[in-house]
Design a protein around this ligand. Structure first.
Ligand code: KG4
Ligand code: ZN
Length: 367
């Protein structure tokens, strides 16, 4: 089965082709340089860029694979959560393609796409505990199968990636600065007393990273020498040297530690809850942009081995937004007999994604 995947939920435009569960080809265009100038994603610019770039990426993908739209068996598209204008570009393109090629349309929950993506490289073991840590979301799920996700915990304010990006911004590091905080932190020593592990002294499975961000903001305000003189991108971060680099490295290491430990506490708590269920879980799946973080990866591997669980972590290229994860999730849904009508809605961040599939010909709406 040949499934095309389309991703336009934020600031990456991406398409990919999955055939029988294997990635065959993909194209991705990132807008980070455009948005870096503004310190964050500008929604209108993002939509316009998707509109400009998506048809070209699609044509390139089809040329590379030698296929035409009529050769596809389904068109999968990220239908949310994300920026509404951006999602609408991908969803409209997918609807047009599905209609003209006469093939089923499948709306994919972008967050499920992240968590299922490692299935491209290895067999996923269900039931699984899923930790999705991205720029917009921090969610834990009990995943019973590729189409059954139960939300256990979520962030009440900032997402983990957002906290990384805001800390980078405080230091005058360009958006999205998470990877630079990771990179610098690898050279430093964490001071485990410097920043809190926020919102852990309660029984909740939810996250709240705003307190951690405020703690870093206060620390930076008290230590203004840490702030870089000019907005720093990859090249400028590379060139940092001496005492300033060493001090920044220690601050970043301390921040990485606080985030990773907070995730650890909540994941272990979620695992305790899932143990109350018959059978418990077989694996821990960690996904999303922050799953690229080296301290988070190491910490989650410790959590999994202490709990006797298989750890599934996507390759770095599959952590941030991409088309392969949408094509693969679409393939899993198509294989299970799920599809949508042309009335598929794009769902912005903050709204629950409805389970409004058509399953083997029957409309099923689970709310
Ligand atoms: O999953 P993603 O590509 O987009 C969303 O769906 O939100 O995640 C992007 C986020 C950004 O906040 C980015 O700074 C963060 O992932 N990120 C990292 C790392 N690489 C990307 N955060 C910490 N360490 C990294 N190595
Ligand atoms: Zn994402």
């Amino acid at each position: 089965m040949r499934v095309l995947g389309i991703e336009t939920s934020c600031d990456e435009t991406a398409v990919a082709l999955v055939v029988d569960g294997r990635l065959v080809a993909e194209r991705l265009a990132t807008q980070v340089d455009v948005h870096a100038l503004f310190g964050g994603v500008v929604p209108e610019i993002a939509s316009r860029e998707h509109l400009r770039v998506l048809p070209r990426l699609y044509d390139e993908l089809m040329a590379e694979t030698g296929l035409s739209s009529g050769d596809l068996d389904a068109v999968a598209v990220a239908r949310g959560p994300g920026l509404l204008g951006s999602l609408l570009v991908g969803v409209s393109f997918a609807k047009g393609l599905s209609l003209s090629a006469g093939v089923p349309l499948i709306g994919v929950n972008h967050l499920w796409g992240h968590l299922l993506a490692p299935g491209l490289a290895e067999e996923l073991l269900f039931p699984a505990l899923g930790l999705l840590v991205s720029g917009g979301h921090t969610h834990t799920y009990l995943i019973s199968s590729p189409v059954e996700f139960e939300l256990l915990g979520r962030t009440l304010d900032d997402a983990a990636g957002e906290a990384f990006d805001k800390v980078a911004k405080l230091l005058n590091i360009a958006y999205p600065g998470g990877r630079f905080v990771d990179q610098l932190g690898c050279e430093g020593e964490p001071d485990t007393t410097l920043f809190p592990r926020p919102y852990v002294d309660n029984p909740s499975l939810d996250f709240s990273f705003s307190g951690l961000k405020t703690a870093v903001a206060k620390f930076v305000a008290a230590n203004p020498g840490l702030v870089l003189d000019e907005l720093a991108g990859a090249a400028e971060v590379e060139q940092l040297s001496g005492e300033k680099r060493r001090r920044l490295a220690d601050v970043c290491a301390s921040f990485n530690w606080s985030v990773a430990q907070t995730l650890k506490i909540k994941v272990e708590r979620a695992l305790d809850r899932t143990r109350e269920q018959p059978g418990g879980v077989r694996s821990l799946i960690v996904a999303g942009g922050v799953a690229a973080n080296s301290v988070v990866r190491r910490t989650m591997s410790e959590v999994a081995s202490a709990a006797g669980l298989h750890l599934t972590l996507p390759d770095l290229s599959l952590c941030t937004d991409n088309g392969a994860m949408i094509a693969y999730a679409g393939w899993l849904l198509a294989r299970a007999g799920y599809r949508h009508d042309l009335d598929l809605e794009a769902i912005p961040r903050g709204r629950v994604i409805p389970a409004d599939w058509i399953v083997s010909g029957d409309k099923c709406f689970k709310g």
